[in-house]
Design a protein around this ligand. Structure first.
Ligand code: KG4
Ligand code: ZN
Length: 335
């Protein structure tokens, strides 16, 4: 089954075609970073307007590059939430209308389901069941995945998501936008042990997270430091180590609690080098397997949406003609 995927939940317009026999045929991403950089964060109205301008040309280009006709598409999957309402509506309206025009089944897909199935696009995909750590700009979740649409929430962030904490701390340190990767890069130059921040909520049982206190710790340390470039790098190092240690401690707990043999890491923060290294070490210690999507499928993309939609369409799921967009939508509601 050949599926067109559309993703517009935040600040990336993305399209992809996934074929259940041949795999991913192609995918394209247009990033709005240059628009939002001026404002230091994503401006929802500008995001929606830009999706409106870029999505159709991107789609046309995708078909041109592959030299295939729209008529060869057998189903459409678009991101229906969670995300920015205006942004979601653009992809949803295009996806649903095109599905109607072509007379093919169409589905609104959960953005986080897309992220957690992204490693399935790799040559060596994980088998069910597995534990997934989903770490993006909007979410930090630990999920037990028994199969497609069979998700049990093990823990989540009670305040800032891990990516959000990276972005906010980067902003406080004057690192610009988008801050996460810049902060991670600066942390490489930091001296270990110069500053030590807490590992929030690791001193009590449970799998929930809380990252908002770490940005305050970073800000207070910066305000009381001598404010040199080295001090900034040392703070970035302490911050990154605290976030990654916390994520690794909770992954270990989740694996022990569920006795899972496989761990999947997904979402934008899974591009973080230290996180990948530390989880590879954990996997070796626990004698389990760890799976990461390639970096371009860690952050927002339409390949993961086309894949998730394809699995659900193959299972016979169909939506009616409603254009589906939900700014807030819990992953377990998509079961
Ligand atoms: O999954 P994603 O593209 O968008 C959401 O659905 O949120 O994730 C983006 C998030 C941002 O917060 C960004 O700062 C973070 O992922 N991120 C990183 C790194 N690369 C992206 N955080 C830490 N280290 C990185 N290397
Ligand atoms: Zn995302």
């Amino acid at each position: 089954m050949r599926i067109l995927g559309i993703e517009t939940s935040c600040d990336d317009s993305a399209v992809a075609i996934y074929d259940s026999t041949c795999g991913l045929l192609a995918h394209k991403i247009y990033s709005q970073t240059d628009i939002h950089r001026l404002y230091g964060g994503v401006v929802p109205e500008l995001a929606a307007r830009d999706h409106l301008q870029k999505l159709l040309p991107l789609l046309i280009q995708l078909f041109k590059d592959l030299n295939i006709s729209k008529k060869s598409i057998e189903g459409i999957a678009y991101t229906a939430g969670p995300g920015l309402m205006g942004a979601l509506l653009v992809g949803a309206a295009v996806g649903r209308s095109l599905g109607w025009a072509l007379g093919v089944p169409t589905l609104g897909v959960h953005h986080l389901e897309g992220h957690l199935l992204a490693p399935m696009l790799e040559p060596n995909p994980p088998q069910f069941p597995f534990v997934a750590l989903l770490v993006s700009g909007g979410h930090t979740l630990l999920v037990e995945v028994q199969g497609l649409g069979r998700y049990t929430l093990l823990g989540e962030s009670l305040d800032d998501a891990a990516g959000e904490a990276f972005d906010k701390t980067a902003k406080l340190l004057g690192l610009g936008y988008p801050g996460g990767p810049a902060l991670a890069q600066l942390a490489e130059k930091g001296q270990a042990g110069r500053y030590v921040f807490p590992r929030p909520m690791t001193d009590r049982p449970g799998l929930d997270f809380s990252f908002s206190g770490l940005k305050t710790a970073a800000l207070n340390t910066w305000l009381n430091a001598e404010q040199t470039e080295q001090a900034k790098a040392d703070i970035a190092h302490a911050f990154q180590t605290a976030v990654i240690d916390t994520l690794v401690i909770k992954c270990r707990r989740a694996l022990q609690q569920t006795r899972a043999q496989r761990l999947v890491i997904a979402g934008g923060v899974s591009a973080n080098r230290l996180l990948r290294e530390q989880l590879a070490v954990l996997a070796q210690k626990l004698n389990i397997q760890v799976f990461f999507p390639r970096v371009e499928f860690c952050t927002d993309n339409a390949a993961m949406i086309a894949y998730a939609g394809c699995q659900r369409l193959l299972a016979g799921q169909r939506d009616d003609l409603t254009i589906k967009a939900q700014a807030r939508w819990s992953l377990t509601e998509s079961n």
